[in-house]
Design a protein around this ligand. Structure first.
Ligand code: NAP
Length: 339
């Protein structure tokens, strides 16, 4: 458990990556009570200087005793590093908020979205898992609807930005776009096919059941976060040539009837920003407008006229903010509140 203090020694593991960079920015922007910030990455980045609150911090490489004296560590360096180092950090007395998929489905590890299941933070044993980016933005919207009218089934299709794959994928989209516009040959290193001007119905590895790991993460993590195994969910996850922000098309079947106006009222009350349904205004959330923002945006709320109790909607959130760094920092803020 985190001990109550005025300020905390915080570490970001994977600080040089797409999410790690955003974590450092988020800690600064939200005035997290940081006494000292330690930054870790691979040997490639050792000694690299990063800025935090006008101070220059050198990037370190993790060692067995690196976590001594650290209160909170935000991990974002991939599942393998989390598997090895999160228990080392936890054993040193540090609380780990892990952004990788390594611990999410471990029954001993809470999987938390602070607006949805903050109560699960109470039973952590040193490691807390941050859900998958596409799951986080979906469950913040599902939770109020589930509480009001019980969700029976969800059909979700995602349109996910390349930053969800990390810095190398951001570079690949930029490079392929530049090369194509200059009539040069393109290279595919990160994705199996060209991502510029294309759409790939494939995120993470394929499994025996024909789904991808990303799709099954959405199914399993949603049940764990909402604490309800009865919700049926099916997902198709798609990579699109967008730098930042995941979009999702959601179809929700509920036990009791709920109208689009009631959904709008429900989600507005829970502090989500809802775009107007006025058709003449062409208002709906789009990635370029949501990039860099903290809120999950919801629009296109409408009745599914093909079934008795069905609602369709469109949700957009910044995958590097609410989908990763912000959610991790919000977990740390809750831990401080609870200390
Ligand atoms: N991107 C997203 O939207 C998102 C959302 C939710 C969760 N996640 C998860 O967050 C993690 C990081 O994702 P990312 O998108 O930020 O990836 P990324 O841009 O590729 O960054 C990876 C980070 O891990 C570090 N790293 C790699 N090998 C290491 C090692 N052996 N020891 C220590 N550090 C090492 C890298 O350091 P170097 O720079 O030195 O190589 C870099 O800082 C992944 O587990 C991912 O699944 C990502």
């Amino acid at each position: 458990m985190l001990k109550r203090k005025g300020t905390y020694v915080v570490a970001v593991v994977g600080a040089t990556g797409a999410v790690g960079n955003e974590m450092v920015k988020t800690l600064e922007q939200r005035f997290f009570p940081v006494d000292k910030l330690r930054l870790f990455a691979s040997e490639r980045s050792e000694g690299k200087i990063m800025e935090f609150r006008d101070t220059e911090i050198p990037v370190e490489v993790m060692k067995e005793d690196s976590f001594k004296g650290i209160d909170i560590a935000l991990f974002s360096a991939g599942a393998e590093r989390s598997k090895t180092w999160a228990p080392v950090a936890a054993k040193s007395g540090c609380v780990v908020v892990d952004n990788s998929s390594q611990w999410r489905m471990d029954p001993e590890v809470p999987l938390v979205v602070p607006e949805v299941n903050p109560y699960d933070l109470k039973w952590h044993k040193g490691i807390i898992a941050n859900p998958n980016c596409s799951t986080i933005q979906m469950v913040v919207v599902l939770k109020p609807v589930h509480d009001a009218v019980r969700i029976k089934r969800v059909v979700v299709t995602t349109f996910q930005a390349v930053s969800g794959t990390g810095q190398k994928a951001i570079d690949e989209l930029l490079q392929q776009t530049t090369d194509l516009l200059n009539f040069k040959e393109i290279k595919c290193n990160v994705y199996p096919y060209q991502i510029a001007f294309n759409v790939l119905p494939h995120i993470d590895k394929f499994l025996e059941n024909g789904y991808t790991k990303e799709e099954m993460k959405m199914v399993n993590e949603t049940k764990k976060i909402l604490g309800d195994n009865s919700i049926r969910l099916t997902a198709t996850t798609v990579r699109v040539p967008v730098f930042r922000c995941h979009s999702e098309s959601l179809n929700i079947e509920t036990e009791k009837k709920i109208t689009p106006d009631e959904v709008r009222a429900l989600l507005s009350a829970a502090l989500f920003v809802i775009d107007s349904a006025a058709p003449e205004k062409n208002l709906y959330p789009i990635p370029i407008n949501v990039a860099g923002r903290d809120e999950t945006y919801v629009g296109r709320i409408r009745e599914d006229e093909s079934m008795e109790n069905g609602i369709n909607m469109w949700i957009v959130a910044d995958n590097l903010r609410k989908g990763a760094a912000l959610n991790a920092v919000q977990i740390a803020e809750k831990l401080v509140e609870m200390a």
